[in-house]
Write a protein that binds this ligand. Structure first.
Ligand code: GLY
Length: 439
């Protein structure tokens, strides 16, 4: 079977490895960079931007692709699944009308409101600055300010964190509207305090298969401090839950995902086929922070490392229907990312790094290359994340130890990682925070 994989990060390296576990899979890849992990696994690679849809379609047709698997949101939002569908190639990844659940935050909130899906936040959307300010002045509480469209994960600002007060909120609204950030329309949401968690599901249009819960760490520095990044690392537990997440909480989140898949079908007439990612906040209640129309990054590295079922078969069922189940190992995982200094704000320019693959394997860890470039046998960072390691073990402590030892075999100047992800100290801090909500 010929698979097309779109994307060149660690998420896609994990997807490529999972696909290639089936010996009958031939992999064709599209990426803007030169990820050595994906290069090694691919028959052929097209090096173009992941939104060059026509070039991707030509490449898919000429290589007789059976199924396309799309990593990032940008090509989905631009309509790659629609375009491939026209030439008879099905995609693991929704059509653009459904990808709106991620690419248009107003659409997402409206669908939740229209179909009475629980966990929605109080929200309001504006293109007019004066009307937005009137809402801010009348709002009783703190707000989260988001551009409605995609911003590469950098558009969200929170009152009381990135924005000190109402005046700062208004300044940022003005910037979004005047500079056209994320389409130049703003959504103001109720601030939901608590601990974030991720639940992802395989979706075949009607059946959904949920994956283990994962907690990502967006902040750049230890102790969950500093500015937001795309994610510095993540962990999951052997029971598929999290230290602060009960089975009931998890089932609630899965139900929100299920209801959203059904609502999308009613709203658009189209079936959602791909991965639906729910990012939730648990405080005194559980709220939906956002949906993504794709696998999470870094969460993919946790769940696909645990996946025992044949990923290529799951992909086939996603596009053909008939998804029945998936088996995940009952083990804990800790994923840690190596990133350039300043990542998320102003990354240090490309530098050479050295990755001792053998030593990482000897520590018992998995290695996933991210947005790096291999040139003449040397490896260079970009402005994005460089590589991830994943420790897998019976307990979180052991998994963290494996990841921490493994990551020491990635060396270079002007790179760093967060030592605290998956540690007992950080987990206890999260549990103490949860106690303040009486949970
Ligand atoms: N982990 C956050 C994301 O994938 O968007």
């Amino acid at each position: 079977m010929e698979f097309l994989l779109i994307g060149g990060g660690a998420r896609e390296h994990a997807m490529a490895l999972a696909l290639k576990k089936n010996k009958d899979v031939e992999l064709y890849s599209v990426m803007g960079n030169r990820n050595p992990g994906i290069l090694r696994l691919s028959e052929k690679v097209l090096h173009v931007k992941e939104t060059e849809l026509e070039r991707i379609r030509e490449f898919a047709v000429s290589n007789k692709i059976d199924i396309a698997v799309v990593g990032p949101e940008a090509p989905l939002g631009a309509g790659i699944s629609n375009l491939l569908d026209e030439v008879g190639i099905p995609s693991v990844g929704p059509k653009k009308e459904l990808a709106l659940i991620e690419t248009d935050k107003e659409f997402c909130r409206n669908v939740m409101a229209e179909y009475s899906i629980p966990a929605n936040l109080t929200y309001a959307c504006f293109s007019d600055f004066e009307k937005a300010c009137a809402y801010v002045d009348s709002y009783n509480g703190e707000l989260v300010v988001k551009p409605v469209g995609l911003t590469g994960g950098k558009g969200v600002k929170v009152q009381g964190e990135h924005l000190k007060n109402r005046e700062d909120v208004k300044v940022y609204i003005k910037e979004i509207l005047e500079r056209g950030i994320g389409g130049g329309r703003v959504v103001l949401e109720e601030k939901a305090p608590g601990e974030e968690f991720t639940v992802q599901a395989f979706v075949d249009g009607s059946n959904i298969i949920p994956m283990p819960a994962v907690q990502d760490h967006k902040r750049a520095y230890e102790g969950d401090t500093g500015y937001n990044t795309g994610g510095m690392g993540s962990y999951s537990m052997a029971d598929g839950l999290l230290p602060f997440l009960t089975k009931e909480d998890y089932n609630f989140a899965v139900d929100v995902i299920k209801k959203t898949v059904m609502a999308l079908k009613k709203k658009t007439g189209e079936s959602y086929r791909g991965i639906l990612y729910g990012q939730f906040m648990k405080g005194s209640e559980i709220k939906l922070i956002e949906f993504n129309c794709r696998f999470g990054d870094p969460e993919t590295m946790n769940v696909l490392t645990l996946l025992e079922s044949d990923f290529s078969e799951l992909c086939r069922h996603i596009v053909e229907g008939g998804l029945k189940g998936a088996v995940f190992s009952e083990l804990a995982t800790v994923c840690k990312y190596v990133v350039p200094e300043g990542y998320g704000l102003n990354s240090y320019p490309p530098c050479e790094i050295e990755v001792d693959e053998e030593a990482i394997a000897d520590e018992g860890a998995n290695l996933y290359y991210a947005v790096v470039n291999e040139k003449k046998g040397k490896l260079f960072t970009t402005t994005s994340r460089a590589a991830a390691v994943v420790g897998v073990a019976d307990s979180l402590e052991e998994a963290e130890e494996i990841a921490e030892k493994a990551i020491s075999h990635i060396k270079g100047e002007h790179i760093y990682h967060r030592h605290d992800i998956g540690t007992r100290e950080l987990i206890e801090k999260k549990l103490r925070k949860m106690e303040t909500f009486g949970r």
